[in-house]
Design a protein around this ligand. Structure first.
Ligand code: ZN
Length: 297
């Protein structure tokens, strides 16, 4: 929970909210004008609440592999995608301008404070969108699948900053700045956290696998060849000549790495069958903000 002016009355009121169900109150803060990592004009209170819900027995749904990418945020091994624009072009422009101002401003000056605030307002908005996107995506995925396989982020994270641009170049220009890349990185981890959190309510099993070669390996024949990565988007196997979307190929490899073979229905090649995709549950997902659907190979 976040509010703009910290007050003892508010804290006391929320501490007693829910007739004693609230078991812990923590005020995350400090001097709003000091180097507080959160936006300087807002304060946050977090509550630990016992919701009385227990994790249901294992989810009977199918397994899925998930590739977290730069161009498309989330791609599943059965060819579904989930994406959202987190930073608009106007915000990117404002961000760059604020960063320039921040670099030029004298430390401790009023000008610097203004530039810092302007930057934080944009960052807060972007962060809110990512949190929202992660929560919605995690909700839909955990409802539909019994097992979700992810890349182990520690490996992924190491390659993300250095390799990301070479591997998948020219995706979104604004994302090439270190700040945006850091935010992007957080989103990948944020999705993982959101999935683990959502899985508690659905009984979905979350599995993490090593990320090595998931983008170079052919999911059809197992051939590993960096040259098979024809472009950012396409994978063309140099051995069996399978052509498919690179992110779907990676997602299938991620799924396979957990020891789960792709089902016989998995015709992800050039003749992808839409009918055979496991149906996604319908939710109250706002389609105007989050893009999702089936990838056209
Ligand atoms: Zn192959």
């Amino acid at each position: 929970m976040c509010f703009s002016r910290p007050s003892r009355i508010w804290i006391r009121r929320y501490a007693f909210m829910g007739h004693g169900r609230c078991v812990g109150v923590r005020l995350a803060g400090g001097n709003p004008r000091s180097d507080f990592p959160r936006p300087s004009d807002q304060w946050y209170v977090s509550f630990l609440v016992e919701d009385g819900r227990s994790t249901p027995p294992a989810h009977p749904g199918p397994a899925v592999g998930i590739d977290r990418g730069i161009k498309v945020a989330v791609t599943t091994s059965d060819g579904h995608f989930y994406d959202r624009t987190f930073l608009t072009s106007g915000e990117a422009k404002r961000c760059r301008r604020s960063q320039q101002r921040l670099a030029r401003a004298e430390s401790g000056s009023e000008r610097r404070k203004r530039a810092k605030n302007a930057l934080m307002i944009v960052m807060r908005r972007v962060r809110a969108r990512r949190t929202d996107f992660n929560a919605q995506t995690a909700h839909v995925l955990t409802l539909g699948y019994g097992t979700i396989v992810l890349e182990d982020l520690r490996v992924r994270r190491m390659t993300a900053s250095a390799k990301g641009d070479l591997d998948r170049p020219g995706t979104r220009v604004a994302q090439k700045s270190g700040l945006n890349r850091a935010v992007l990185d957080k989103s990948w981890y944020g999705l993982e956290l959101a999935l683990i959190s959502a899985a508690r309510y659905s009984g979905t099993h979350i599995v993490k696998v090593p990320a090595a070669y998931t983008s170079q390996k052919c999911s059809a024949c197992g051939n590993v060849d960096p040259a098979a990565r024809e472009s950012q988007a396409r994978y063309r196997c140099t051995s069996c000549h399978t052509v498919m979307r690179a992110d779907v190929n990676a997602a299938i490899n991620i799924k396979n790495a957990a020891g789960l073979a792709v089902s016989g229905r998995g015709d992800f090649g050039s003749a992808q069958s839409v009918k055979r995709q496991p149906p996604l549950p319908s939710t109250g997902l706002n389609s105007s903000s989050t893009t999702r659907g089936i990838l056209v190979p």
